[in-house]
Design a protein around this ligand. Structure first.
Ligand code: GLN
Length: 268
């Protein structure tokens, strides 16, 4: 299979649509990002790697970070994680409040990630440090970090996530101080990675035959497969059905413009 040519053809095919998107300007720092950047990287479980354009340019991973947080939450809490976080797709916008209110504080997507952030803060002495160590170990890049100007910019305008945090606190779903939980959540979203780093990090989820043990976070093959199931059903918010219909792979998108998809036991 000529994967290199496929990647180059994909680029040509999507170029005419490049002008259709827009940055997520509700996070002011993201509105400053050059929208014409494009990178793609394909990594096979056999180790081969193919890339095109700016595969080494880092960008804000935003909600892609939720997969890493979920993996940590599942490793720390096992199945009891699901007592606090729903695993059904929301079918609504990632930051929808309606559903959270209707379901009396048991969250699905954004709200779910905020609850996972709260769980990590309760379980770990240095959750922010351990989150970074985990992402660094998965991707083999020691200098991956939080972008504080993106995190603070989101916090400044993060009215909807603050509302979600308050509703969760009202329902007793989060234990820690709302401000602390939200800041950790915003920091996770602000992590910057390149396509190449993301593809290496997600290879661990694609290749569930390989032992999953990174910076002290270990998952069984079955847990890795469960995470893939959640990516398949919930990874794309209100577009999850659309993505499953047209692409059919588990994955995760983020408002930083990144999309990751994996083909279990084949590639990411
Ligand atoms: N940090 C963003 C938010 O909560 C992440 C959203 C996303 O990537 N879909 O609004």
């Amino acid at each position: 299979m000529d994967y290199q040519k496929i990647l180059e053809d994909i680029y040509k095919e999507i170029l005419p649509f490049a002008c259709e998107g827009a940055q997520a300007d509700y996070i002011p720092a993201l509105a400053q990002i050059n929208p014409d950047q494009f990178g793609i990287c394909l990594k096979l479980v056999s180790g081969e790697e193919y890339s095109h354009m700016q595969a080494d340019t880092r960008f804000s991973i935003q909600s892609i970070a939720k997969v890493f947080a979920l993996a940590m939450g599942l490793a720390l809490k096992g199945e009891s994680l699901w007592d606090k976080v729903g695993k059904e797709p929301s079918g609504t916008a990632f930051n929808s409040l309606v559903q959270l209110e209707f379901e009396k504080g048991k969250p699905r997507i954004n709200a779910g990630a905020i609850v996972v952030a709260d769980i990590l803060l309760s379980e770990l002495e240095d959750a922010e440090g351990e989150f970074l160590s985990f992402v660094r170990a998965l991707s083999g890049s020691d200098d991956i970090g939080y972008n504080m100007s993106v995190a603070l910019s989101e916090r400044e305008k993060g009215y909807l996530n603050a509302a979600i945090g308050n509703l969760l606190k009202y329902h007793g779903t989060i234990n820690n101080d709302i401000e602390r939980v939200l800041m950790f959540y915003f920091k996770m979203c602000s992590v910057e990675m390149s396509c190449r780093e993301l593809s290496l990090a997600f290879l661990a989820f694609a290749n569930h035959r390989r032992k999953f043990d990174y910076a002290g976070i270990s998952l069984t093959a079955s847990q890795v497969k469960r995470i893939n199931a959640i990516m398949q059903t919930c990874g794309f918010y209100d577009e999850a059905g659309e993505f499953a219909y047209f692409v059919g792979l588990p994955g995760k998108s983020g408002v930083g413009g990144g999309i990751v998809a994996i083909h279990p036991l084949q590639y990411v």
